[in-house]
Design a protein around this ligand. Sequence first.
Ligand code: HEC
Ligand SMILES: [Cu+2]
Length: 313
Amino acid sequence: MNSPFRLPEASTHAVTVDHIFYLLLLLSGATVVLVFGLILLFAVRYRRGSSAKRGPMPEILSREFEIGWTVATLLTFAFLFWWASSADLGSLAAPPSALEIHVVAKQWMWKTQHPSGAREINALHVPLDQPVHLLMSSQDVIHSFFVPAFRIKKDVVPGRDTDIWFQATKSGTFPLLCAEYCGTNHSMMRGKIVVMRQDDYAGWLVQQPEGDDLAHEGAKLFVSQGCSGCHAASSNVHAPRLAGLYGRAVQLADGRTVSADDAYIRDSILQPKRDVVAGYEPVMPSFKGLLDDGEIQSLTAYIRSLSKEQPDD
Ligand code: HEC
Ligand SMILES: [Cu+2]
């Protein structure tokens, strides 16, 4: 249904958010009607000179009434809190089967890259009825990825990976906006999300110019940036093998144990002195300023692809 007052509901999440919104609207509306209705009623009933009975209510009636409405309000809001928070928490973790798409935000554009390597600028083509997981980073300032038709919004923060997922339920083209003021052309930082039937999406992907997929690009960088000089099995430097690293728990020299996720790998590359792996010397140089966000995403994708193979130690 398209009306100027209703945004399209184009994702699974949108339906839940709207249900919560409509219930809140209904409750607020009912409160407004009740309060203004009583004001009017009392104004007429107890107007000067009317013969209505005045004075306090019988005590027993008023106590039960007080307890009754207090408990009812409490339960209503406890229910709302439970419903809204469980909907929000449930939308945090992407299903493992989700299609992973990388998003890099910069002043003032959105760059996206599909698992096949296909790249887009200010546009994102996605398949219908399939979960899509966006792994996002920013090259400069804070941006925010906002698709009103999907009811999703997430900040994209420099120096940090954020993610969000959705499952589109309507095909069509929907606006993508930046929802965090990010400088002069913030208002122009727009794009479009194109939701296509799954076979159309597959057809579209095939037509895209051949791009290397992320993991392949990462493999090339791994050699050209000198990572393999230390990390390859043949190297003389005592450095950890990276196969099987992704998703595993890592014991650090200072006794902490951390999980090797995207953020850990990014930190290992940019600030290697911060999380030194137990049993190794802190000899890895920082690559801060040498690699941009896209390159770090590629290296991370390469390291992730290594964990699907057998560790080669
Ligand atoms: C001079 C040798 C050297 C180079 C070059 C080097 N590293 Fe390292 N790297 C190490 C050593 C030694 C460690 C373990 C100590 C530490 O955590 O700092 C390490 C740790 C890591 C870790 C954490 C490993 C774990 O088991 O938790 C990652 C990820 C990593 N390096 C990625 C890279 C990438 C990507 C590059 C290239 C951009 C690179 N390294 C370049 C020596 C090197
Ligand atoms: Cu922006």
